[in-house]
Design a protein around this ligand. Structure first.
Ligand code: 6MZ
Length: 352
């Protein structure tokens, strides 16, 4: 595995016995975006096999070529908005049922499978998330069913699915995604929650109110990307918190009022250290908001976000807890074990 600098520095700062401790520690991955977690060789293979369809323009081919080149070289971002420019290339390669099933299978194996010479998988439990996409080859419902077919090849205590809504979605498209999530859950399929993600400055959050009322009524968990950048207004954040989420993604820039709600309601925070550092929403681990939540004994879950561009894994993220400053938080093994348990404790329940 090729690691990016924050994770690599942290792993290299550990003793062999600390690395062994982290490898066998049972870790829950609660915040991993499917299309951001595809192993690079799988995406490269899809690019090699790509046959342009009649409707593809030369520009699609150029987008794929330059996207793959960037990912191969290791991506750097000037700011978080640059990150979202990677997805047109990835999406062009995962828009048939066959390709989607292949990447879902590879991502599940990456997290839950045993690698050569390793005794433990990267994660003992995975809540994978993905945004249903309508393409010329499938409906949004078929998209979710295709991913679920792969998820359900694992045991229910190993792998489940969260359906993501994107902040840029129209009301009608969000309706379709929520209906798909609820109807599949009713049919006993393994959907445990709904997420809201996408460009953090896009969209009007008011427009998602009815969706999250329906999601809650259906007994699904709610996790929301919130206050990911300084550009998120306090109104945007408070509106999202009014949907009564169980968990929050990032929650980097909460004001005192929002922090009060989060602490009072015990909304668990999904922490993605490398993602925050590479997207430059947090400048260093010294000032990272995880410290605030740990001090308050507030539940956090250590997650990877998008292992493809961020070149990390759960071992790398946990290494950043254990390694001494400046490349880690310098926590003890007992503290790290307690944080891993908080991750497991923040799972969505499968309730029927
Ligand atoms: C916000 C993110 C994200 O859903 O197509 N996504 N949204 N913040 C982030 N942190 C940097 N990382 C990923 O996976 C890719 C999609 O997940 C969202 C983006 O909307 C991206 O298009 P799926 O499987």
């Amino acid at each position: 595995m090729l690691f990016s600098k924050p994770a690599l520095d942290a792993i290299e700062a550990l003793t062999p016995s600390q690395v062994d401790f982290l490898k066998v520690l049972p870790k829950a991955e609660l915040h991993a975006h499917l299309n951001g977690s595809i192993p690079l060789p799988v995406l490269q293979q899809l690019a090699k096999e790509y046959v342009p369809s009649g409707t593809d323009s030369d520009s699609t081919l150029l987008v794929i070529k330059s996207g793959i080149e960037k990912l191969q070289d290791g991506v750097t971002f000037d700011e978080i908005h640059d990150f979202f420019n990677l997805f047109p290339a990835i999406y062009a390669l995962t828009s048939t049922k066959e390709a989607l099933a292949r990447v879902a299978s590879a991502v599940l194996a990456e997290f839950l499978g045993l690698k050569e010479e390793e005794e433990c998988p990267q994660a003992t439990y995975l809540e994978l998330r993905s945004t249903p996409r309508k393409t010329i080859a499938m409906t949004r419902l078929e998209y979710v069913e295709t991913v679920l077919d792969e998820v359900e090849k694992y045991r229910p205590d190993q792998a489940v699915l969260i359906v993501s809504l994107d902040r840029r979605m129209s009301k009608e498209v969000a309706d379709e995604c929520v209906e798909a999530a609820i109807s599949l859950k009713k049919r006993g399929r393994r959907i445990v929650g709904v997420d809201l993600c996408g460009d953090p400055t896009a969209g009007d959050m008011e427009h998602f109110t009815s969706h999250f009322v329906a999601v809650k009524a259906a007994g699904l968990g709610i996790t929301l990307h919130v206050a990911e950048t300084t550009e998120n207004s306090p109104e945007d954040t408070l509106k999202l918190l009014s949907f009564k989420p169980d968990r929050l993604g990032h929650a980097t820039f909460l004001n005192d009022e929002a922090q009060g709600v989060v602490i009072r309601e015990r909304m668990a925070i999904e922490i993605c250290l490398t993602s925050n550092l590479l997207c430059k929403t947090v400048s260093d681990l010294e000032t990272h908001h995880i410290r605030y939540y740990l001090k308050k004994n507030h539940p956090v879950a250590i997650c990877t976000d998008d292992i493809l561009p961020f070149r990390t894994n759960l071992l790398g993220e946990y290494a950043m807890l254990l390694a001494p400053a400046p490349c880690g938080l310098g926590l003890s093994e007992d503290e790290v074990e307690r944080i891993a348990a908080m991750g497991h404790g923040s799972r969505f329940r499968i309730n029927t």
